[in-house]
Design a protein around this ligand. Structure first.
Ligand code: NI
Length: 136
């Protein structure tokens, strides 16, 4: 079994809040990330696949194919966007790092399996110090 990881980056805006709470409650729970006028992060995404090495190519899969899936299904939807307002797969979901990792997993799991590999981990960092990992 071998694991291989593709790294991608994107910038996006968000706000962590529950609409049924007032600004004060949201600030108490979500801190600066609940700023009503949004704020941005430079996100780093790591997509890790696992499988067996193809003896003919020496690859698990061609990383170009993985990159195409991640770009079309994730990066193009998120990059320079407002996650709360513009990203279809995050509609109605609080855009925390955890929920983003789960949302991204759901976006790519099927097409990755069609490449003949298994999705192992979606890791996403929101800041240098905070990241979430989802294993399905
Ligand atoms: Ni934030």
């Amino acid at each position: 079994m071998i694991y291989i990881t593709r790294r991608e980056t994107f910038n996006a805006a968000h706000r962590l809040f529950k609409p049924e709470w007032n600004d004060e409650q949201n600030l108490k729970v979500f801190g600066k990330c609940s700023n009503p006028n949004w704020h941005g992060h430079n996100y780093v995404l790591y997509v890790t696949l696992k499988g067996e090495v193809d003896s003919e190519t020496g690859f698990l899969i061609n990383l170009k194919d993985l990159s195409k899936i991640v770009k079309s299904r994730v990066i193009e939807k998120l990059d320079h966007k407002n996650i709360n307002l513009e990203v279809d797969f995050m509609k109605g979901i609080i855009p925390s790092t955890e929920n983003l990792a789960i949302g991204i997993w759901k976006q790519i799991e099927k097409p990755v399996s069609e490449l003949g590999a298994h999705l192992h981990c979606v890791k996403i960092s929101e800041t240098e110090n905070n990241f979430a990992e989802y294993y399905g």
